[in-house]
Write a protein that binds this ligand. Structure first.
Ligand SMILES: [Zn+2]
Length: 255
């Protein structure tokens, strides 16, 4: 058994995508659950367990709800970038995409200081995305699915490197609860099974084990789902685990 680093991450999308896609007030309100209820519950849970996390925030959300971003930042969680209005980056022209990243960066940095990390909305990247964010000075990305532990990614057409924190659909609350309507027990068992298996895994002994969980305040913030997250946190705490913000781990890889 070995120590596992766990990055609990939260994508704070609120209703950005629904508004951009001109959806109806009912659909928009589903995203707003993050604002009304979800975030405050997530922050309380993290405080209760003394865990610092990374929140991927859309620039549009930060502009509309600055107080919520302040609450995240005041609690010493990391704020990282997640597009401006939850765009499909692969559908943008090169110049349009640059504007999205630069605008988001400007908004977030004016509120919380230096931004070092990025996660693509929908985990969809254009062929330019990672080069653009590396050139902007970001040090990590968390959107790819080619590994189950972090690694240094050589950025195409750039002398810069990024640290990649790979993600997976089965480690995403939205996919399990909303898309597949899994029961609380099923979600807990899937996450626990991955944690246990990773802890026992003997391959790549030289590489640090990191489990990255992706949650959304609009989804995990619902009462019974928050209980699943808390149960998983309690389970992990009974093992050898270190909870970390991505930015803190990323700097180790770039030494
Ligand atoms: Zn998102």
């Amino acid at each position: 058994m070995s120590e596992i680093y766990v990055c609990l991450t939260f994508d704070f999308d609120a209703e950005s995508a629904q508004i951009r896609q001109d959806e109806d007030p009912g659909r928009i309100s589903k995203g707003q659950f993050a604002i009304q209820r979800g975030l405050v519950r997530v922050l309380a849970l993290l405080a209760k367990h003394e865990i610092k996390s990374t929140f991927f925030v859309c620039g549009w959300v930060a502009e509309k709800y600055p107080q919520h971003i302040e609450e995240i930042s005041n609690a010493e969680h990391e704020v990282a970038a997640h597009g401006y209005q939850h765009e499909y980056l692969d559908r943008l022209e090169f110049n349009e995409e640059i504007i999205v990243h630069e605008h988001t960066n400007q908004v977030l940095e004016s509120m919380v200081g230096r931004i070092r990390g990025f996660r693509a909305p929908y985990w969809k990247l254009s062929k330019n995305t990672l080069t653009i964010i590396a050139e902007m000075g970001y040090i990590y990305d968390s959107s790819l699915m080619d590994e189950d532990r972090p690694y240094v990614y050589s950025v195409p057409e750039s002398p810069k490197n990024l640290v990649e924190f790979p993600v997976e659909w089965f480690l995403d609350d939205w996919v399990l609860f909303e898309q597949h309507q899994k029961s609380p027990t099923e979600v807990f068992e899937i996450w626990k099974a991955q944690f246990d298996a990773l802890q026992k895994m003997e391959d790549l002994k030289e590489r640090r084990k990191v489990l990255t969980l992706t949650c959304h305040p609009s989804c995990i913030g619902h009462a019974y789902r928050l209980n699943v997250l808390e149960r998983f946190i309690r389970y992990m705490k009974s093992k050898q685990v270190v909870f970390v913000k991505m930015v803190d781990l990323a700097s180790d890889y770039l030494l």
